[in-house]
Design a protein around this ligand. Sequence first.
Ligand code: CS2
Ligand code: MN
Length: 355
Amino acid sequence: MEMTMRWYGSEFDTVTLKQIRQIRYVTGIITTLYDKQPGEVWSREEIRALKEEVEASGLHISGIESVNIHDDIKTGKGNRDLYIDNYIETLRNLGEEDIHMVCYNFMPVFDWTRTELARVRPDGSTVLAYTQEAVDRLVPEKMFESISGEMNGTVMPGWEPERMAHVKELFEMYSDIDEEKLFGNLKYFLERIMPVCNEYDIRMAIHPDDPAWSVFGLPRIITNKENIQRMMHMVDDAHNGITFCSGSYGTNLNNDLPDMIRSLKGRIHFAHVRNLKFNSEDDFEEATHLSADGNFDMYEIVKALYDIGFEGPIRPDHGRMIWDEVAMPGYGLYDRALGAAYICGLWEAIEKSER
Ligand code: CS2
Ligand code: MN
């Protein structure tokens, strides 16, 4: 594995490349052109400039998170072929610039959903949290409003104000889309992009739906072992793979995370590692990476990645907000740095005990 950290670019991130470099455990950067709208082409020049900036700091780009998918592609409507052509051009440009891993998601309307971005824990740290009761009380149009005050002035991925202004229309677009249609549209997209992925050896890594169930009645498909296996078989190419995100698959306590990892050998191209603490079945909050602080056995998760010979980028996913940091919720420097150190410690211990 290679330890990485997500970075949103100097214009958007409160964390600097210099700070990330000093974590020392981290050698790779996961980044994006954050101001690109879904459907837009990323030019080679833009990609190269990003790459040069990262390399000037002594780090390198280990992959992209995310190249977002236009809603026309997810719904199979309007200009889907045009947007897929654009996506292919972006992939080609990334390949030409020697970038070989792309994370994306196929979640309708919203990316991840949380109902609180700063729930206060007993030690005074704050975390992202989800409670079903709060979702049930809201209409989707109010979702953005209800959390926007907690974004610390940042633009959060998947919650771009330009898109959120059209939530109502977006919901209408999806009104006749069920899980079967969404699967079909994903298949269509993957079949069209596989040739360019093969040509440039670009590993596509779909991010799971978070939480792993339907929110506001929208269909969700990347939620459990059975569905991911369906997705991998329907386009049976090693470049069609997944991001294993423990915090997202883990929202469903029926998902056996180490078992899922073992069954996905060869198709996990990227790993997000974090822990969750459940207060009840439909109320969870993000915990520290430490196993004892949440519901997951982090040793078993990392061990499973080790056992399948995982060589891709791994990153601490969200962290708590600690030490009075003001940053994008989930994406502060301090707690993610602690997470990176913890995962590296587990990895070193596993590696040595296996020798
Ligand atoms: C991320 C996702 O912050 C997060 O929860 O893991 O937003 C992820 O970047 C996207 O779903 C991938 O497209
Ligand atoms: Mn994730």
